[in-house]
Design a protein around this ligand. Structure first.
Ligand code: PDD
Length: 297
């Protein structure tokens, strides 16, 4: 089968086009589901343990059981990379509460469903975007009060990202009632102050604890790059030296305009580039050691 064409649903690998879930799956009926996106580089899963930790946390917050043991899930993740012949790409993983007669009350007996897909990405296209930087537009954060859970209920994100795209944007920055940026539609938000200090918002129920955000904070610590964990406003971002967004799908991606106004000199900045390199070094090292641990165990 060509790359990106094998799906996994509840124990079965099948052709992507043939894979299906039940029409009364609560993921479909209520977005009663959580997900993770893993980046794969050079056939290696990046930040695997941190994604699995967050998956377990999201499921725990919603009282959904892990559909299979973590060790078995790791085998499925690797199989998805292998069977889809992914060199550079993503694995998407979703766990729903399972199939039950449509009723708001949480069913007692539902078996969680496990769904995985994988697809290659065009690394050159991502690097080109990194070289140009992206445009961001701000919008009120109209999402719910548990954005720390990686739920598939992404309608506000879908609408806000698409509204940004209609204006030529790549991402939206959600802004809370006090004027502070919470995060992006599918990324965490960062600025670099004029003094070269990287700044990102503290974890709370208002934002997703981004795995890439966490890995980058570790990389900043390791490499002695100055950072602060605190909130910032759109105005501070507009007066900053650089800005970037982070996610499994783009690493640290420079932001060069916000609401149509340039940030810094309007080009991707050197601090963001240094942070991306530091992240890649750390994540690659971790992915290699994780893969070799797996092989020897
Ligand atoms: N999005 N914030 C939100 C709202 C997100 O959806 C994501 C990830 C992030 C970054 O998290 P991480 O570094 O763990 O990828 C922050 C994924 C990539 C998506 O929805 O496709």
């Amino acid at each position: 089968m060509p790359a990106g064409r094998v799906a996994y649903v509840d124990g079965r690998y099948s052709r992507h086009g043939d894979a299906a879930v039940h029409i009364e799956d609560r993921g479909l009926q209520f977005a009663d589901a959580v997900y993770e996106v893993f980046m794969v580089m050079g056939k290696l899963l990046f930040d695997e343990e941190a994604h699995l930790d967050r998956l377990e946390r999201s499921l725990g917050e919603l009282s959904i059981a892990m559909p299979i043991h973590r060790g078995a899930l790791k085998v499925v993740l690797r199989e998805m990379v292998r069977q889809n012949r992914i060199v550079d790409g993503f694995v998407y993983l979703q766990v729903t509460r399972g199939v039950a007669k449509r009723d708001h009350f949480i069913p007692k007996a539902a078996q969680p469903s496990l769904i995985l897909t994988a697809r290659p990405f065009n690394a050159a296209a991502i690097e080109k975007r990194r070289g140009n930087g992206v445009a961001v537009f701000s919008a009120p954060d109209i999402r719910w009060a548990r954005c720390d859970i990686k739920s598939t209920a992404l309608l506000p994100n879908v609408l806000a990202k698409s509204a940004s795209q209609a204006k030529g944007g790549y991402e939206v920055w959600f802004v809370d009632d006090n004027g502070f940026v919470t995060e992006g539609g599918s990324t965490n938000a960062w600025i670099v102050t004029r003094d070269g200090v990287a700044v990102t918002r503290a974890l709370s129920n208002d934002i997703l604890p981004g795995v890439t955000r966490g890995a980058i904070l570790q990389a900043l610590k390791d490499e002695g790059i100055a950072y602060e964990v605190r909130s910032f406003t759109v105005e501070e971002a507009l007066n900053s030296r650089e800005a970037f967004v982070t996610s499994a799908t783009g690493g640290a991606m420079p932001v060069v305009t916000l609401d149509g106004k340039t940030i810094g000199n309007g080009h991707p900045g050197s601090v963001s580039a240094r942070i991306q390199e530091a992240y890649m070094r750390l994540a690659t090292r971790e992915a290699v050691s994780n893969a070799s641990r797996k092989n020897s165990g």
